[in-house]
Design a protein around this ligand. Sequence first.
Ligand code: PCA
Length: 206
Amino acid sequence: MNQPIKNKGGEDVKKLLITGFEPFGGENINPSWEAVSRLQESIKEYEINKLLVPVVFGDAAESVIKAAEKIRPDVIIAVDQAGGRDAVTPELVGINLRYAEIPDNNGNQPKDEPIKVGDENAYFSTLPVRNIAEAINAVGIPSRVSYSAGAYVCNDLLYTLLSHYDGSGVKVGFIHIPYSKEQGKEPSMELEIIIQALTVAIENID
Ligand code: PCA
C-alpha cells in the first residue's frame, strides 16, 4: 500500500486547489487572482495548486472540475472579488440561481435561471466558515461570514462545485475579498493583507 507523503513537520501532505478569477466588469485586474497567484507553494500540510478561472457562467465550474480531476484535491477554495465589501467574507451558501446585472466575459446575462434544473435550491459550504472568519479577525483583519454569494459567476461556481462534490469528502469553500488598493476604489484592502487573510483561512480549514 502507498504510504501517505509527509512534509518536513511529519504531517501527511494534503492537496488544496485554490482558484482566482480573471478581471471583469471593466477592471484591469482581479485581486482574487493577484492574491492567489502570490500564495506560498505550501501552507501547513497543504500543497497549494493555483488555477485562474474565467468569469463565464458554466465555464468557471467546468474548468475547476477538469483541473480537480487531475490534481485530486482534498479541498477546493474559490476566491473572488466582491467590490463594495470592506471585509474578507467566507461564503456560507451557494444558491441554484443565475442572475447577472452585467454580462459575463462571454456576453451571457442570465436573468433568474436555475443553474441545475431539478437540483437542490441551495448547498452549504463544507468548510468551517465561522472558524475561518474568527481566525482571520484574530490576526486583526476584518472578516465575517457572508450569507449570500450573489447570483453572478461566483455563486455559479460555488453552487456547481458544492453540488458536484456533495457527499464525496472533497471540501468546498468560497471567499469573497474587497477591492485591492491598486484598483483605486473604496473600500479596499492592501494585497499583502488579502494574501495574509487567505493564508490564515488555509491554516484553519481543518
Ligand atoms: N467576482 C464575481 C465574479 C468574478 C469575481 O471575482 C462575483 O462575485 O460573482
